[in-house]
Design a protein around this ligand. Structure first.
Ligand code: AMP
Length: 423
């Protein structure tokens, strides 16, 4: 299926094409036509499925077809973290580059002056974290009275982070008559309840995550203390592995740190992540493809679309909280039946993710002990997606609804295949 089969304006098609997207992801194919019809939508989908475009594209189209004064906020996207908020606004900017709508992102932790100034200039689409939004509403800087579309993104994470009361307060301030789009990676009871109170006869779509790994990939785990990971990586790259290697890091800062350390150790390395310009990313990628750079360190978002024939090695410097990410990461190697190897470094903070990953892929990943940094003494440590200590009782992968429950809830299931941009 191509984007051209969706009822999208040429200006939006052009922007999508510019992004290099070849085809809509399953959630996009399901959500875009329904949202365009004005329906409420409940999506059980996590980051990486293309859900941001699934709601942003129809919002841009709906609003661009109205004769807006650009004075009142017409669409609000509420999301739990600053990083997500920034990412969403970047996407809106990209998809809306050929239409004249005003959008803005607001979040806490920075002075409010610039955000306030931009708000006063008029905003059609606002992306916000709950605290800063309530601040501005309290100060009379923001009014949501003219709102037409409300998106609640990552509802379960809102709950985990203790934002549920803020979210409920915000919902009370929205006009009754509106279109509501609700996204959550999991659907625990509290989320279902919240969804049922704010959605009106929604279209429900659940994206079933990818779960199988290719047999051609030889997978292994190395148990190592956090502080020894950099040394272990250098050791592997200097002794056992001679090929090009794609290293996955959880954070942009982490990716930079790894690249710096490897460079210091004489291994030609570059890092790509969201803080690097598109040009810098493309240069790094072509250097890696041509063999000029031996190691490329990437965050998950930056790595999407990287398609390197004959990549033999993937190293997970940390495991992701989202188990499906493992499948996507190691799927960069062992393509089209060729042999590949993946190594995952596991410290105390990765142990829970390892367990969840093994559960997802339905097999144990063999532990390799034959290296100087092996430890048998890892202790389980917890963190949330912001790297902060994780309180027991919060969401984890085990709380994903069971199939039966999902069906009972009336979700239409779509498979989340790997999807890439044009090369
Ligand atoms: P999301 O799940 O919204 O966080 O999206 C994850 C990543 O997928 C983002 O980097 C998007 O730019 C990218 N993406 C979204 N839709 C598509 C598509 N149809 N084809 C290729 N990449 C996409």
């Amino acid at each position: 299926m191509s984007f051209t089969t969706l009822p999208l304006l040429p200006t939006i098609q052009k922007a999508i094409e510019k992004q290099g997207y070849q085809q809509p992801t399953p959630i996009q194919a399901q959500a875009i036509p329904e949202i365009l019809k004005g329906k409420d939508f409940l999506g059980c989908a996590q980051t990486g499925t293309g859900k941001t475009a699934a709601f942003s594209i129809p919002i841009l189209q709906i609003l661009s077809q109205k004769n807006l004064q650009h004075k009142n906020i017409k669409a609000l996207i509420l999301t739990p973290t600053r990083e997500l908020a920034i990412q969403i606004e970047e996407n809106i900017k990209a998809y809306g580059q050929f239409i004249s709508l005003k959008h803005l992102v607001i979040f806490g932790g920075v002075k409010q002056g610039n955000q306030e100034k931009s708000l006063k200039n008029g905003v059609d689409i606002l992306v916000a974290t709950p605290g800063r939004l309530l601040d501005f509403i309290g100060q009379g800087i923001i009014s949501l009275k003219q709102l037409e579309i409300f998106v609640l993104d990552e509802a379960d994470r809102m709950l985990d982070m203790g934002f549920v009361h803020d979210v409920k307060r915000i919902i009370k301030l929205l006009p009754q008559k509106r279109q509501t789009l609700f996204f959550s990676a999991t659907m625990p009871n509290e989320i279902q309840q919240l969804a049922s109170t704010i959605l009106n006869n929604p279209i429900k779509v659940e994206v079933t995550p990818v779960s199988s790994t290719a047999d051609t990939i030889q997978q292994s785990v190395y148990f190592v203390e956090k502080d020894n990971k950099l040394e272990l990586l250098s050791h592997i790259l200097k002794t056992s592995v001679k090929d090009s290697v794609l290293v996955f890091a959880r954070t942009k800062h982490g990716a930079d740190k790894i690249a710096r350390k490897l460079q210091q150790n004489g291994i030609i390395t570059e890092a790509i992540h969201g803080n690097k310009s598109q040009n810098a990313r493309q240069n790094a990628l072509s250097n890696f493809k041509s063999g000029k750079t031996r190691v490329l360190v990437a965050t998950d978002i930056a790595a999407r679309g990287i398609d390197i024939d004959e990549l033999k090695f993937v190293i997970n410097f940390e495991l992701s909280d989202v188990s499906e990410t493992y499948v996507h990461r190691i799927g960069r190697t062992g393509r089209a039946g060729s042999a590949g190897t993946s190594i995952s470094f596991v410290d105390g903070l990765d142990l829970i993710n390892l367990k969840n990953t093994e559960k997802l892929i339905g097999k144990k990943i063999p532990v390799v002990k034959d290296h100087p940094f092996h430890t048998d003494n890892l202790v389980v440590q917890k963190r949330d997606s912001n790297n902060k200590p994780f309180n027991p009782g919060q969401r984890n992968n085990n709380q994903k609804p069971k199939n039966a429950q999902r069906q009972e809830l009336g979700f239409k299931k779509v498979k989340n295949k790997n999807f890439d941009r044009k090369k």
